[in-house]
Ligand binder design. Sequence first.
Ligand SMILES: Nc1ncnc2c1ncn2[C@@H]1O[C@H](COP(=O)(O)OP(=O)(O)OP(=O)(O)O)[C@@H](O)[C@H]1O
Ligand SMILES: [Mg+2]
Length: 277
Amino acid sequence: MDISADAPQVLYQGAELSGYDAVIPRIGASHTFYGTAVVRQFEMSGVYSAIDSQAIMRSRDKLRCLQILTRSGVDLPVTGFAHSIKDIDRLIDLVGGPPLVVKLIEGTQGNGVILAETRSAACAVIEAFRQLDANILVQEFIEEAGGADIRCLVVGRKVIASMKRQAPPGEFRSNLHQGAVGFQVAITPEERLTAIKAARAVGLRIAGVDLLRSRRGPLVMEVNSSPGLEGIEAVTRIDIASRIITYVEQQVLHQQSKRSNKISITEEKETPRGFIG
Ligand SMILES: Nc1ncnc2c1ncn2[C@@H]1O[C@H](COP(=O)(O)OP(=O)(O)OP(=O)(O)O)[C@@H](O)[C@H]1O
Ligand SMILES: [Mg+2]
């Protein structure tokens, strides 16, 4: 990347990239720092990015993401975070006591998500993680979700596909990597609204929003800025990638027409008036 102010550009194998209107960031969890820097560089060069670099950063920090969602009035499982081991008992009480879920903030694909069924198990797990200096969230366990969650794929202001992921018997984590199976599912209007609201709150035009079906309605567990497409496309038979490209094309055209309108308005203003007649 050439980050000089007058002509920011992105180089690939030494050659300047050119002749494109938009980029669709797909940033793996382990490349957030470098990936968002590249996206930012495109943004600075005036290229349309389907996903905002800031929004990727927001969604990658689980704690920050949950704080933003609550502030925007999106319902979540009751969640606690503490730094000191001294606060364990208060933390457990805050989420309504056991059973509860302990989550490594840095975990993915279900790794580092633990169900503690008793207070002593919860204390032991939290202490062990804290001794390793790992940051964790403690969360109310939504038992009635029955080991399933709903992945909603948001594009623009619509949920274009949704899938239910069901954990195998004896498992509460519905990650496909943990052996869960995906099914097509019809979502309720409330679930649809919640998913759209969550994506908007984080600032993502394209997002995978994970919901838990609870007694008090849909609860958002996570908002993903680079959602996997393979699984949900196979289950729903919707060509999501094409829908995303169509959306990006519309957005770019809209942006370009807005820009050319602005230019013609400015030109009009700059024309001296009042000299004739
Ligand atoms: N509070 C909860 N109550 C019930 N089930 C939960 C709860 N939190 C998580 N789960 C289950 O555990 C699974 C994994 O949790 P979560 O999505 O938070 O972590 P992860 O999948 O490891 O992280 P990432 O989605 O970033 O890869 C969820 O898909 C859900 O099935
Ligand atoms: Mg998950």
